[in-house]
Write a protein that binds this ligand. Structure first.
Ligand code: BG6
Length: 472
């Protein structure tokens, strides 16, 4: 995490000098590494040139060191820096299988300082790799960074936690959820916790509903191997969006140190339940049919390469939850995310309750106040009723917009920064990972049992016509 060092970090405090970190990326030739991890590392090195990092790529393909270095340079090209050039110059590639203890030993025999094992591989490979690591002597400080999804239900998440904890202590496990590094989440923390005008009204006494949506125009993008059978609920709501719920709903922590913040997130998640405890009535799912979205012509989802129609995968999911605390009981938190949607809508929207009384001259003119945070090109707006018009008490609803511009750091750069510096604040703690599955498991079960119909929507539309509109 950038900014002031956290006040109650554990592992970060133990480090006295800029220790060397060897970042070992398993899945080095994969899409995640190319599109997200390496560009983020390049950006981070440009912003923090003193980070003492070595990079090793590990993959199943045959690559020479020079070929790998070219890939790294290419990924760093947009944000080139001396530090990035140095890392790209020194990096090496090892052909290896992360599920093979001999290969793991061989990679770890050749490292400087503290190794970070970043698993940019499918979850089944991460699990087998961790099983293989039981037979490997891990160097001091070894850090494990598994990517989402972390398990496939509460039970498997618990088992994976147990396995990881056999290998290293919790403060050396960085479960990656890049939404914790999204600048909008960091904006939300600032707006909520540093402003007198917001914190006192941050509760169900004043807020009527919360909507967190992440409607993307992208389709499957050739990711059937991962996405098909997983779907929008598990891909987005189970992980990313529930982390956002926790940050909106948590009790204000005394500090933003890793322990206080992650305790608050964990407590908030433990209070989240499906609305009315009714997974069938409180969830919806749908799948796209052919159409044009994001400038691309998309086929029916079921006709996409690699899709197995019998998986019945949804590409749009919506579910409503309740946070059963004194602060939030009775306030619906609706989460929604999907692919191939137009318009894109990636935002957190808090709608305020009506005033108990307004002067009669204002009646019928007043709209609810709305506080909105927008992802991507970060922005925030507050909807207010103000005087405007031809008579003294005429009101108009206006959105006061603040455009924060592009984030100074990519979400993955924030996450990598924490991992490299040994600050766990923006990593998912084990209890939170299990809790997120506890919350959605009943919906997954209801959908598998076909208790919720799967609706259709044309790619490029705003979703199924029959679904109620969320506040926008
Ligand atoms: O918009 P971002 O930061 O790329 O995050 C969204 C992506 O997050 C990933 O974790 C999901 O697997 C993708 O399906 C999704 O598109």
């Amino acid at each position: 995490m950038t900014g002031p060092a956290s006040d109650n970090t554990s592992s970060a405090d133990d480090q006295t000098s800029p220790q060397v970190t060897t970042l070992i990326i398993f899945g080095a030739t994969g899409d995640l590494t190319k599109r997200l991890l390496l560009p983020a590392l390049g950006q981070l090195l440009g912003l923090e040139p003193d980070l003492n990092v070595r990079l090793i790529g590990v993959g199943r393909h045959d690559l020479t060191d020079d070929q790998w270095r070219d890939k790294v340079r290419e990924a760093f090209a947009d944000e080139r820096s001396d530090a990035g050039d140095r890392v790209a110059e020194q990096t090496v590639y090892r052909r290896g299988d992360p599920t093979d203890a001999d290969d793991l030993r061989s990679v770890l025999s050749d490292i400087d300082g503290r190794p970070v094992l970043y698993f940019a591989v499918p979850p089944s490979v991460t699990r087998k790799a961790c099983e293989a690591l039981r037979d490997v002597d891990l160097p001091p400080g070894t850090t494990l960074a598994p990517e989402k999804p972390f398990g496939s239900d509460q039970k498997s998440a618990r088992e994976l936690n147990e396995l990881l904890l056999e290998l290293v202590p919790e403060n050396q496990i960085y479960r990656v959820d890049h939404f914790l590094g999204q600048s909008v989440l960091l904006d939300l923390l600032g707006v909520r916790l540093a402003n007198r005008v917001f914190e006192p009204v941050w509760s169900g006494t004043h807020i009527e509903s919360v909507v967190i949506r992440y409607d993307e125009s992208l389709g499957l993008e050739g990711r059937a191997g991962y996405y098909d059978g997983v779907g929008a609920l598990q891909d987005m709501i189970q992980s990313h969006l529930l982390q956002l719920v926790a940050v909106v709903a948590m009790e204000p922590p005394a500090t933003l140190g890793e322990r206080d913040l992650r305790d608050a997130i964990g407590a908030a998640l433990r209070a989240v339940h499906i609305w009315d405890d009714d997974a069938v009535a409180s969830s919806r799912r749908a799948r796209y049919t052919a159409g044009e979205a994001g400038g691309e012509q998309l086929p029916n989802y079921v006709d996409e390469d690699g899709v197995d129609a019998s998986n019945n995968t949804e590409t749009l999911a919506e579910a409503t939850f309740e946070v059963r605390t004194n602060r939030w009981q009775g306030v619906p938190f609706t989460l929604r995310s999907g692919k191939a949607l137009d318009p894109e809508a990636k935002e957190i929207v808090l709608t305020f309750r009506p005033l108990r009384h307004v002067p009669e001259q204002f009646e019928d003119q007043v709209e609810p106040n709305v506080l909105r945070f927008t992802f991507g090109h970060d922005a925030m707006s507050v909807r207010l009723n103000v005087h405007r018009g031809s008579h003294p008490f005429a009101l108009k609803t206006v959105d006061l917009d603040a455009d924060f511009g592009n984030a100074s750091m990519r979400a993955y750069a924030e996450v990598l920064s924490g991992i490299i510096k040994g600050d766990e604040t923006l990593a998912v703690r084990g209890d939170a990972a299990e809790e997120c599955w506890r919350i959605v498991d009943p919906i997954v079960d209801a959908w598998r049992a076909n208790k919720v119909p799967i609706d259709g929507y044309a790619a490029g539309s705003a979703g199924p016509d029959a679904w109620p509109t969320l506040p926008l």
